[in-house]
Ligand binder design. Structure first.
Ligand code: C2O
Ligand code: CU
Length: 577
């Protein structure tokens, strides 16, 4: 650390490289940062300036995005491929410079080109600035916990599968906790591709732990704890696809922050994380000194097929633990949408302290955005063998977003007034109103157009968005993530959103503030934010396979009236396409 006046500078160099990692008893080439998977953790304090040099030694085009960092007046550092910068080509580099302020807790960084974020990711931990402390009792220790996924194939193959089928790439071969799948996986279990239902009524029997000799085991993350101590778990869902339930046998968890924004302390048995989301959770080691499993179960909509991977598990091992076999936690059924829903509805923001901004009550810009699977005319017959001339896509307001990858980034086009990169007429409403939750929705409702449309927003206007999930296709959950902002989540529910009927369900007092919200199939979410950060900000589903087929747009927030509310000029080393 070096110090500039009163502002501390945190400087890192990220070498992006290809390495061989062994998981599920097989070697696989993956792309990582500084040789480690998950990648290095960035520690900073609220108020710090960050300087991160990204040196691309991998064979792929690459950008690194700082997920959830607000990037106030530093949109050029956001690291979003083709939106805020062209990718860093192999052998080239780019330096990100930005300030972190007004947020504390856990965020993460990840690649923002193709599917590389599957292995190119790590935690960002933001501590209080000197003289301040947490709004909860100081924990004895802190532990980053990154939930991820593993494929027995090269990640770049996933993009090709998407290209050929027009639909989801192969699901992963293992779920991971801090890079390891845990004891349920073994070398012999069909290379890990085997589904095992975790017993729920009789938690102590029937669980098939592998009897593989230790040196052949695929690996387990182990957290050693001491009775009586409190641990701050900084948990991130970095996965490409799944929503996770996470539980620890016999232990409660207390959520104190979501997406690096403090929450009212919220005591739970089961944590729910959509892709992209992160939580700060207190764990008190107050149970008999034994071993306990922490485990994940995926959450899917009832129409989804059963995945072929087992739950990921880690071990919590008390000091002086006896020899009894570790206990496995109760996990909800994978189709248990109610548990997920109750969890999200129970979250509220911490409406005291230096980070709380009261909710703006006047709304300048209302948007209603359907979040949907959809259909388009098949661009080439090979792409849609099964669908009689139609191709399945994803869309927002029936616009299926295409990201041009041969031009200037959107931000450069906006800054230099260059036409032809995007159109700025993204609709504020869907083309037609219908029963979004009816399974009878036909071509008319679900039909989409491919386009590259963004929405322009005036500086400092208050924007309210109703996200409406639909049952087009078969309906799926979509975790929507907005760059450059935190937003208030006023409420969520099932069915068609109706302003009169649902107003009483909204929280105008202390809504949770976050950067990624799960829009459930056939359900709605209302968010609000003040557009006080000029630049081009990507809005997209955080299920990676949904982005290249259209579930994205961008908000262009115009400059404010003064020099200090204006986006500064681009850095000189900004990569070219
Ligand atoms: Cu976590 Cu646009 O990304
Ligand atoms: Cu999605």
């Amino acid at each position: 650390f070096t110090t500039f006046g009163s502002t501390k500078v945190v400087e890192h160099t990220f070498y992006v490289q290809s390495v061989i990692e062994r998981r599920l008893c097989k070697d696989q080439a993956i792309t990582v940062v500084n040789g480690s998977f998950p990648g290095p953790t960035i520690y900073a304090e609220d108020g710090d300036n960050l300087i991160i040099h990204v040196i691309n030694e991998s064979p792929y085009n690459m950008t690194i995005h700082w997920h959830g960092i607000k990037q106030q007046f530093s949109c050029w550092a956001d690291g979003t491929g083709y939106i805020t910068q062209c990718p860093i080509r192999p052998g080239n580099k780019f330096t990100h410079r930005f300030n972190i302020s007004g947020q504390e807790g856990t965020l993460w960084w990840h690649a923002h080109t193709g599917f590389h974020r599957a292995t190119v990711h790590g935690a960002i931990i933001i501590y209080p600035r000197p003289g301040r402390s947490y709004p909860f009792p100081k924990p004895d220790e802190e532990v980053p916990i990154i939930l991820g996924e593993w494929w027995n194939e090269n990640i770049t193959e996933l993009e090709k599968q998407l290209d050929v089928t027009g639909w989801g790439p192969n699901s992963s071969d293992a779920f991971l906790i801090n890079g390891y799948p845990g004891d349920l996986y073994s070398c012999s279990s069909n290379d890990g591709r085997r589904f095992l239902k975790v017993p729920q009524d009789d938690q102590d029997s029937g669980l098939q732990l592998s009897s593989t000799p230790e040196h052949l085991k695929p690996g387990t993350f182990k957290l050693r704890v001491t009775y009586g101590k409190t641990y701050l778990l900084r948990i991130i869902n970095s996965a490409i696809n799944p929503n996770y339930f996470l539980a620890i046998a016999d232990h409660k968890m207390i959520v104190v922050a979501a997406d690096a924004s403090y929450t009212k302390p919220y005591s739970i048995d089961i944590l729910v994380l959509a892709p992209g989301q992160s939580y700060d959770v207190l764990l008190v080691a107050n149970q008999p000194p034994q071993q306990y499993y922490m485990a994940t179960q995926i959450h899917r909509e009832s129409t989804a097929e059963i995945p072929n991977s087992l739950p990921a598990s880690a071990l919590i091992i008390y000091e002086n633990a006896g020899n009894s076999p570790p206990k496995f936690p109760y996990l909800p059924d994978m189709y248990d949408t109610q548990t997920s829903f109750n969890f999200f509805n129970g979250l509220s923001g911490l409406d005291t302290g230096p980070f709380w901004d009261p909710l703006p009550l006047e709304v300048d810009e209302h948007m209603f955005i359907t979040v949907s699977l959809g259909l388009i005319d098949c661009p080439t017959p090979e792409k849609c063998p099964k669908n009689n001339g139609m191709l399945m896509v994803t869309s927002l307001n029936n616009e299926s977003f295409i990201l041009p990858t041969d031009k200037l980034s959107f931000l450069e086009a906006f800054y230099h007034n260059v036409d032809g990169v995007y159109e700025d007429d993204f609709p504020s409403k869907p083309p037609l109103e219908f029963d979004y939750t009816s399974s009878n929705n036909g071509d008319k409702e679900c039909w989409s157009k491919q386009s590259t449309k963004v929405k322009r927003i005036k500086f400092n206007s208050t924007v309210e968005i109703v996200f409406q999930g639909t049952s087009c296709g078969k309906g799926e959950n979509h975790p929507l993530h907005l760059h450059g902002y935190n937003f208030y989540v006023l409420g969520q529910g099932l069915g068609n959103y109706n302003a009169t009927k649902h107003a009483s369900l909204l929280n105008f007092q202390n809504p949770v503030v976050r950067n990624t919200v799960d829009v459930v199939a056939d359900g709605w979410v209302v968010i609000r934010f003040r557009a006080d950060n000029p630049g081009v900000w990507f809005l997209h589903c955080h299920i990676e396979g949904h982005v290249p087929i259209g579930m994205a747009t961008a908000f262009i927030v115009e400059d404010g009236p003064t020099l200090s509310t204006t986006l500064p000029p681009p850095p000189l080393d900004l990569p070219e396409c």
